[in-house]
Design a protein around this ligand. Structure first.
Ligand SMILES: Nc1ncnc2c1ncn2[C@@H]1O[C@H](COP(=O)(O)OP(=O)(O)OP(=O)(O)O)[C@@H](O)[C@H]1O
Length: 731
């Protein structure tokens, strides 16, 4: 009741309140006569089912400060991003200088987040944002000096990371003011700023709007500081409760302060419980955005050359025409400069880029593929009296005694096997069971005699069953580890062949009788005893390059996205394709460095065989890096946060390693999985690189050029998918 009465005083009641109100109304009337810098009508915006803007009407007269006040979460930032052209309204309209909102140099935007590269100095930060809007270096330096003084900032060479929170916010503010834009959109610029400085920031805003050609929209939680604004909009729950000059508002509602007005209007809104949107309103909110007056609503309005952009003085205030987006070499140069500076300043990133690939290939070559060593086996030799040692019975020439010792002497040449003597079989087998040794071998007490009979009697009818048994070396193996078991078996069999050949030679017997009637000639490709490293290395090289490119690309873009850096850059009128191209160029340079390091270490340091044309090897590896980078772009366009991207990246890593034939031949896979494997981005390229390196084939071989074609096909798929996602979702 009281407040309602007080409200009526504006129309007729006595006294100072009425005269104050009439003065304020005169001022505000003159402001209302000015052309509008920003006009929002019936604005609706939803996030899913949540209505964030529920029919907002807002007018910012040119050459004025508009203070947008409201509780946290009421939709201020959303409204500002619609005015700045980064988001579209679901219904209603927004006009900036009479046109569709679009990012560009006429706008100076200070986001709520810090949105600064903390690795840069103040001067570098301002240089980057200045160059993006087309300012010349001289002009940037001049403005930097002026802003450092105005905002009480330390020396321009100071790194942003070393500044206090308040100082960092001021650098962010300076970046928005730098190019002297016609419309300043400031999202809480005074948070964390001391009262004295807050005062001087407001004084500065009042000063720049005096000429009438600069307009400011500012949000703040410090309601009282917005008394200096020409107009204040009080916002709550997606609606504008009131919009007027501060004095007029306090007079109209007979409150001593804006804060009280806000509290009063909020309690009224609460009491009257905001009506649910009418059917018509709801339909409007859910309707597609109204068509733009021309064909290219997203076009940033900006000058196409740096000179023109710097010259775009507010005084000229000419109406821009909505031009289709134009590429600009100066923006691309600014982005590339920023990317390389950021990488060079970021030591963990530098380590990740260059030490990771080297470490990974080193670990692979040192840890994988070598024969296991130090494999203990238990030896039970009943040919010997327990008091004798085998070393006393190693005979050479054709002295055919204690042949078990001669065999064991040969077995000493094995790099893998270590012999441990046991007195009986049960102890030896127990040692296998308890994991002390990998196997037990046993010679019977008349091993030599039986073996000689086996060798010399081709007519087996003279040979008793027992003699067959006694002539055999019996082995009990722990086969739980396939690779170790195979190494031991391989060494035992090879040693037997060497031992038998040795005896035949010494006794001048026919050596052919000691050999299996199968002869492996010099291999067509590869070595007599192939090494697993040679098989797995081609796939590993491609994996390293591919996944480092995925991680770095997605990591860098998503960091910029989540920290508001991308948004801030896009507000200057930057085009998404320019950002993508700058990342492609930067990443390609990084991939070239990583490829050189990985190939150098593989071939020059670890002697991985490489028989094919080196140029083709390099091109294929680079293509895989590009493929990984394009997958990284896809991830960063599809995901909104680093966590989601990590799940996607990690989720794709293991299936690719397992199914691409990197560690196990595809011929050994389940037949259905084989088809899946052939569809993956690394399968054909891995086989192609294997053929280049180990078989020395050229690019005219279908298997080799197939790898190149598949890499190019996957790059195309990733790029197209990224572009499709970006059509429906903003970066
Ligand atoms: N991208 C988004 N997706 C879904 N909901 C969102 C998104 N951005 C904002 N919102 C929601 O919209 C509402 C308004 O958010 P907005 O950031 O515009 O509020 P605000 O008034 O600026 O708040 P603050 O003063 O705390 O910054 C909030 O409830 C927020 O959770």
């Amino acid at each position: 009741m009281a407040s309602a009465a007080a409200e009526q005083t504006t129309s007729g009641a006595p006294a100072p309140l009425a005269s104050m109100a009439s003065l304020a109304s005169l001022a505000s009337a003159s402001e209302r006569l000015r052309p509008a810098a920003v006009e929002v009508r019936g604005a609706y915006k939803n996030y899913g089912d949540t209505v964030v803007l529920a029919g907002i009407d807002m007018t910012v007269p040119r050459g004025t400060i508009y203070g947008l006040l409201g509780a946290s979460g009421c939709g201020k930032t959303t409204l500002l991003s619609c005015i700045a052209g980064r988001r579209h309204l679901d219904a209603g309209s927004a006009r900036v200088f009479g046109e569709e909102p679009a990012p560009g140099p006429r706008l100076g935007f200070m986001p709520q987040e810090l949105a600064l590269y903390v690795e840069f100095s103040i001067a570098e930060t301002l240089y980057y944002f200045g160059t993006l809007v087309g300012m010349r270096p001289g002009a940037i330096e001049e403005r930097t000096d002026r802003l450092l003084e105005l905002l009480h900032l330390p020396c321009a060479d100071t790194r942003v990371a070393k500044l206090s929170g308040g100082q960092q916010r001021r650098v962010s503010f300076a970046a928005a003011l730098l190019h002297d834009p016609e419309l300043l959109v400031l999202d809480e610029p005074t948070v964390g700023v001391d009262p004295v400085l807050r005062h001087s920031i407001w004084d500065y805003l009042v000063e720049i709007t005096k000429t009438g050609d600069k307009s400011v929209i500012i949000t703040t939680h410090y309601i009282e500081e917005s008394k200096q604004a020409h107009t204040v909009g009080l916002m709550r729950g997606g609606r504008l409760l009131a919009e007027d000059a501060p004095d007029r508002l306090t007079a109209r509602f007979a409150c001593g302060s804006l804060e009280r007005v806000f509290l009063l209007l909020s309690s009224r809104q609460l009491a009257s419980a905001p009506p649910p949107p009418s059917d018509e309103q709801h339909a409007r909110a859910l309707a597609p955005p109204p068509p733009a007056p021309d064909d290219c609503p997203d076009a940033p309005a900006q000058s196409s050359t740096p000179a023109a952009a710097t010259a775009a003085s507010p005084a000229s205030a000419r109406r821009r025409t909505c031009a289709c987006p134009e590429w600009s070499s100066y923006r691309l140069r600014a982005l590339l400069w920023k990317n390389f500076l950021w990488i060079s300043r970021n030591i963990p990133v530098m380590l990740f880029i260059f030490a990771q690939p080297v470490l990974q290939i080193m670990f692979f070559c040192l840890a994988i593929g070598q024969d296991p060593t130090g494999l203990s086996i238990a030896v039970v030799n009943h040919e010997l009296n327990s008091s004798y040692l085998c070393s006393e019975h190693i005979h050479h020439q054709c002295q055919l005694e204690y042949l078990s010792c001669r065999y064991l002497h040969h077995l000493n040449n094995s790099k893998s096997i270590v012999q441990e003597n046991y007195s009986n079989i049960s102890n030896a087998v127990s040692a296998v069971k308890s994991g002390h040794v990998w196997g037990a071998i046993y010679f019977t007490e008349n091993y030599t005699e039986s073996l000689l009979q086996r060798i010399n009697f081709s007519d087996t009818s003279y040979f008793e069953l027992n003699d067959w048994d006694n002539s055999e070396i019996k082995v009990w193996m722990d086969q739980s580890n396939q690779h170790i078991a195979q190494t031991i078996q391989y060494d035992l069999v090879l040693t037997y062949q060497a031992f038998l050949a040795d005896v035949h030679m010494d006794c001048k017997w026919n050596l052919k009788l000691a050999e299996a009637p199968i002869k492996f000639e010099t291999p067509v490709y590869g070595s007599i005893r192939p090494v697993f490293t040679d098989f797995a290395c081609p796939g590993t090289i491609l994996m390293i390059i591919y996944f480092l490119a995925v991680t770095l690309t997605a990591g860098v873009i998503l960091t910029e996205k989540t920290e508001g850096l991308l948004d801030r850059a896009l507000m200057t009128g930057l085009l998404v394709p320019e950002i993508l191209v700058s990342h492609v160029v930067t990443q390609f340079a990084v991939i070239c460095g990583q490829t050189s390091l990985v190939l150098l270490f593989s071939f020059a340091v670890f002697n991985i065989p490489h028989h094919g044309p080196m140029f083709a090897v390099i091109v294929l590896t680079l293509l895989q890096g590009l493929s990984g980078m394009c997958f990284g772009l896809l991830i960063s366009s599809a995901c909104d946060n680093i966590m989601m991207a990590t799940y996607l990246g990690m989720g794709s890593f293991h299936p690719l390693v397992i199914l691409s034939g990197v560690i196990w031949p595809i011929e050994g896979m389940h037949s259905i999985l084989r088809y899946i494997s052939y569809c993956l981005p690394l399968t054909y390229p891995t086989e192609s690189l294997r053929c280049l390196l180990l078989r020395g084939w050229g690019v005219d071989s279908p298997t080799v050029y197939g790898g190149f074609l598949v890499s190019v096909a996957w790059i195309t798929i990733y790029v197209i998918t990224t572009l499709v996602i970006l059509r429906f979702k903003k970066l």
